[in-house]
Design a protein around this ligand. Structure first.
Ligand SMILES: [Zn+2]
Length: 451
């Protein structure tokens, strides 16, 4: 088999691997590149393969950096099935059309205000393209073998992380390759731990937190401190959040803090149609998380759901302290930008990022202490408190990643480290050697290896 690394090399975005055996060509994940411009430009570059020649896509989970290119792949001629778990499909039904919609809006805005160098600015794909791509999805169960061809078979293995997230193992009868997908935390308030990794000859694994340890404190403590401090100044806490997974964790913690009367009883708004739909999916996929039916219903009721755009804008007319949870998580698009424009210029307010901010994003820029920020072509002074909650991550930290590797019953022939910034992948390569005595490689963008 031949494996090519077509994304998630030196970055946490654009997950995309091509595995071929001479008869069958399979893509594992097909995500969007996000963050720095040179990365984003890759979304518009010609693919190094003809999409019509790909037989199938195996999707580990719904996050856009793993799934967000699929509408364009289908639009460019891919005609095969996209296999994934049921919850992943449900999340993609929410995420992908929204992603298309945001791109249409961004292109439209760029054309109206003339701040794009492309004339006219065009969306990568539209909401309609995304809806069409969803027709190609085929739901499969976890822990069952499915045939890809006469020779190749695949299995999804639960990875924690978010609802429906899986590792993918592909086997040709002689050789097996395990793609970790994104590995969840072993101790998480909402998600169950990743399942043990099955023995495999080759392993491709993520290293998002390869050089970091999650602090052993309750994220609720810092959340309470910030919400209270901001409310006591008469300000609003705006939490840019990923709609899928992260928004629900934040709701859970806010619910618990309110129940324990540790924060002021101020209104909470979930202002993201996508996050609202994703929250509903927690009710549908009960077996996939740790919350009881009753607790899940209570958590869902913690916030007022804001559906209409007009209602979202009206939130900013109310001067009373409140909490607004809105997407996107790295402030690269979505309704949260309107709230940030409104609140970032006043010292009373807080913009609280909920987790890791990829290099080059507006979130990373602000978290690093920027004094100004550009939103919709407008340069704004940053006077609000900017902070970040670190231990809400849905990713295993470096010890968790080692624990996952250790769960393989034997040392793989080769380990490829991907889905991490260079420092992170490098540090994790050293850690593997130090703690397990195993060798791991860090592939380059576009590199191919024979397995
Ligand atoms: Zn993910």
């Amino acid at each position: 088999m031949k494996l090519s690394f077509l994304g998630a090399t030196g970055t946490v975005t654009g997950s995309r691997y091509l595995l071929e055996d001479g008869h069958t060509r399979v893509l594992v994940d097909c995500g969007l590149f996000q963050g720095q411009k040179e990365l984003r430009l890759r979304n518009r570059a010609k693919l190094p393969f003809d999409p019509a020649t790909i037989d199938a896509v195996l999707l580990t989970h719904a996050h856009v950096d793993h799934s967000g290119y699929l509408p364009l792949l289908v639009k460019s001629g891919f005609r095969g099935p996209i296999f994934c778990s049921e919850a992943t499909f449900d999340f993609c039904t929410i995420l992908l059309p929204d992603c298309g919609h945001i791109q249409e809006e961004d292109a439209e805005r760029a054309n109206r205000y003339g701040y794009s160098r492309h004339k006219p600015a065009l969306p990568l794909y539209t909401e309609q393209d995304a809806r069409e791509a969803l027709q190609s999805f085929k739901v499969v169960e976890m822990n069952r073998d499915y045939a890809l061809s006469d020779i190749l078979a695949f299995t999804l293995i639960r990875a924690g992380h978010i609802l429906g997230a899986a590792s993918v193992r592909i086997d040709d009868g002689l050789t097996s390759v395990l793609f970790s997908g994104d590995i969840g935390r072993y101790r998480d308030a909402i998600m169950p731990p990743p399942a043990p990794a099955p023995a495999s000859d080759y392993v491709v694994m993520e290293t998002t937190y390869g050089n970091r340890s999650h602090i052993d404190t309750d994220p609720a403590d810092k959340l309470a401190e910030i919400i209270n401090r901001t409310a006591e100044r008469g300000g609003t806490t705006v939490i840019p959040s990923f709609a899928v997974g992260r928004a629900q964790s934040i709701l859970y913690y806010i619910h618990e803090l309110k129940r324990e009367r540790r924060i002021h009883d101020i209104p909470v708004f979930l202002d993201s149609p996508m996050a609202i739909d994703a929250t509903d999916l927690f009710r549908k996929h009960h077996g996939e998380h740790r919350l009881s039916v009753k607790k899940c219903a209570e958590v869902c009721r913690t916030a007022t759901c804001v559906h209409a755009a007009a209602q979202s804008k009206a939130l900013n007319e109310d001067v009373m302290p409140k909490i607004i949870i809105s997407a996107s998580g790295m402030a690269e698009g979505g309704r949260v930008l309107h709230h940030m424009k409104h609140y970032i210029g006043n010292h009373r307010n807080t913009i609280l990022f909920a987790g890791y901010q990829a290099a080059g994003t507006r979130g990373a820029h602000l978290v690093s202490g920027a004094k100004t920020v550009r939103i919709h072509g407008e340069v704004l002074d940053v006077r609000a408190e900017i902070d970040r909650l670190d231990n809400l991550s849905a990713h295993a930290d470096s010890d968790g990643l080692i624990r996952w590797l250790r769960s393989l019953s034997a040392e793989p022939r080769r380990i490829f480290l991907t889905h991490g910034e260079p420092d992170s992948a490098g540090a994790f390569q050293d850690k593997i050697e130090r703690e397990l005595g195993w060798q791991a490689e860090i592939p380059d963008y576009g590199q191919s290896v024979e397995l």
